[in-house]
Design a protein around this ligand. Structure first.
Ligand SMILES: Nc1nc2c(c(=O)[nH]1)N[C@H]1C(S)=C(S)[C@@H](COP(=O)(O)O)O[C@H]1N2
Ligand SMILES: [Mo]
Length: 314
């Protein structure tokens, strides 16, 4: 008989959060013990791309600010397909059927086609990308994403000289997605970027967070993360990508054109018509902090908007 003695001071496996595991692993990697650290991760079931991603290279764009806890990142969400309450996406997460999944590439490019998510992701080198995410509702988080650059995908698709924008859509599945049975938005959720914005190395497709496959409520199996723009530009559960000549319509832009412009760059100088954008509350903190231009990514992206009036092009 095998007797397992658990010391009082040792937390039960169920009490170790993915947050703590992730931080431990990073500590190990920093100490140069990456191989050892890989063994620290508990297995997770069912994800299309494997349970977790092991130790990944750090991006040079990482912020070193304190991470928002895994619990907050995965239980305080905006994902209207799964309900409009902040805890609805977490509660209704199982309604999203994220497997099998395919992504259609179309429009002004030489390589249109339909890819399985595995084939779409395979050619790319995954990285750990610790980004701030600033929601238009004036709260923010710091999230360690697992992802790769949208620009790498764009290059593979070989856009032609007519391509000026990239349009993205989320899955349309009202049978399973409870939020899509009501016309809260003009489904499916749509977003878009100017081609040069999509090519900026900060724009990524994320397939995981905290070193593990994306939970459904965060946009499994694949979502955009555009850290210098308000959160709603970071479209979840992407099923298509189209290269267009004209600025594509966006879900929130159609809903309330006076409130949500195409660019939606984080800008403390431009208020949302119903509230100020000067300050924000980091989830998990009490005192508000100042909102930074382009969410703190001014150096990397300001050149994209040289000569544009950002009050008009909000
Ligand atoms: N398809 C889809 N994508 C979406 C949304 C949504 O409702 N549906 N909400 C957006 C908003 S407003 C925010 S703030 C972020 C939130 O991402 P998170 O829940 O992973 O923090 O997702 C964005 N992507
Ligand atoms: Mo948001």
């Amino acid at each position: 008989m095998l007797i397992k003695i658990t010391r009082k001071s040792q937390p039960k496996a169920s009490e170790i959060t993915p947050h703590e595991v992730y931080l431990k692993r990073r500590e190990f990697i920093r100490a140069g013990a990456g191989a050892l650290a890989a063994g620290l991760l508990p297995g997770a079931a069912g994800a299309a791309l494997g349970p977790d991603f092991g130790d990944l290279p750090d991006s040079r764009y990482n912020t070193d600010e304190k991470l928002t806890s895994y619990e907050n990142v995965t239980t305080y969400n905006n994902f209207y397909e799964l309900g409009t309450g902040k805890d609805d996406p977490h509660k209704n997460a199982d309604s999203l059927v994220a497997e099998p999944w395919s992504i259609e590439v179309s429009g002004e490019c030489a390589k249109p086609g339909v890819y399985s998510v595995e084939d779409f992701v395979k050619p790319h080198k995954l990285e750990d990308r610790i980004y701030r995410l600033r929601c238009v509702e004036a709260w923010s988080m710091v999230i360690p994403w697992v992802g790769f650059e949208v620009g790498e995908v764009v290059k593979r698709c070989e856009p032609n000289s007519h391509a000026k924008y990239v349009a993205f859509k989320t899955i349309l599945d009202p049978e399973n997605l409870p939020g899509q049975r009501r016309r809260v938005l003009d489904w499916p959720y749509k977003e878009g970027l100017r081609l040069d914005e999509a090519m900026n190395p900060l724009a990524i497709f994320a397939v995981g967070l905290y070193g593990k496959a994306l939970p459904n409520q965060n946009g499994a199996p694949l979502r955009l993360v555009v850290p210098w723009k308000y959160g709603f530009k970071s479209i979840k559960s992407v099923v298509s990508m189209e290269f267009t000549r004209d600025e594509p319509p966006t879900a929130w832009g159609r809903q309330a054109p006076g409130e949500y412009g195409f660019y939606s760059n984080v800008n403390p100088e431009v208020n949302h018509p119903r509230w100020s954008q000067r300050r924000e509350r980091r989830i998990g903190e009490f005192r508000k902090r100042k909102t930074l231009m382009f969410n703190g990514y001014e150096e990397e992206v300001a050149h994209l908007y040289a000569g544009m009036d950002l009050k008009k092009n909000f």
